[in-house]
Design a protein around this ligand. Structure first.
Ligand SMILES: [Zn+2]
Length: 239
């Protein structure tokens, strides 16, 4: 696989390296997670300009050699998401989204659903930065990301015994909603939080349901505990 190849990718994290270089953590359309070095990218006249920064969506040319890190040899901007950068809440939401992708998706295999979801969420935050102050879309993003990574919580019936009724609690270790007889180890989970999660998964991200604070907190806890137990990944609170 040595040589140059092209892919689209989002910059998740950008770290200064040495005197003038930068190491970027990327989530790519065709190769999943990629770590790459951009040599000379911190020089004032670098051909990369300022585009190797978090939240940039780029068309990249990457060189793959013997080492673990690839080398960025070309970069052009698909979308810089300049508007979201002017809003603190949107910046925070974009940062948490990229952090969740970093923690949850570390494979070098393409995951088209995860890539498209990340691009959609960044585009939504950029189109309407104020939307970041409501937790609905942030939680819907995280839930859909868990689904794309293969760790979606069980919401249709009791995750322990399969019972379809009296689903009053959520258990991260069981990986979903649990019924009244299986609720040991779970936490109380309201009907509203349950409905929020079902709706958030069913609807496109741009139509994510709104959630009041108490509902959002329960949904956030449900997603976080599921990923703790099943993906062995701990995410910061979504909102
Ligand atoms: Zn049960």
């Amino acid at each position: 696989m040595r040589g140059n190849f092209k892919t689209e990718a989002v910059v998740l994290r950008s770290i200064r390296y040495g005197e003038a270089d930068r190491i970027v953590h990327l989530y790519s359309a065709t190769r999943g997670r990629i770590g790459a070095i951009a040599k000379g990218s911190r020089r004032p006249k670098s051909r990369f300009g300022g585009r190797l920064e978090p939240f940039f969506r780029l068309n990249l040319v990457l060189y793959e050699g013997r080492g673990e890190l690839l080398t960025v040899t070309g970069a052009s901007t698909v979308d810089g998401h300049g508007t979201l950068r002017s809003n603190g809440a949107a910046l925070g939401a974009a940062g948490r989204a990229c952090d969740a992708v970093l923690r949850l998706l570390d494979s070098g295999e393409a995951n088209e659903a995860a890539y498209n979801l990340l691009c959609t969420y960044l585009a939504l935050l950029d189109a309407d930065p104020e939307s970041a102050s409501a937790p609905g879309a942030a939680l819907a993003f995280r839930l859909k990301l868990a689904l794309a990574a293969g760790f979606s919580p069980e919401l249709a019936s009791c995750a322990s015994c399969g019972e379809a009724d009296h689903l009053a609690a959520f258990s991260g270790s069981a990986g979903g909603v649990v019924c009244a007889s299986c609720e040991g180890g779970g936490f109380p989970f309201s009907e509203e939080a349950h409905r929020f999660m079902v709706d958030a998964l069913a609807r496109p991200l741009s139509e994510a349901p709104a959630a009041e604070r108490r509902v959002a907190a329960q949904a956030d806890r449900a997603i976080t505990e599921t990923l703790d137990h099943h993906a062995h990944v701990h995410l910061r609170a979504a909102a």
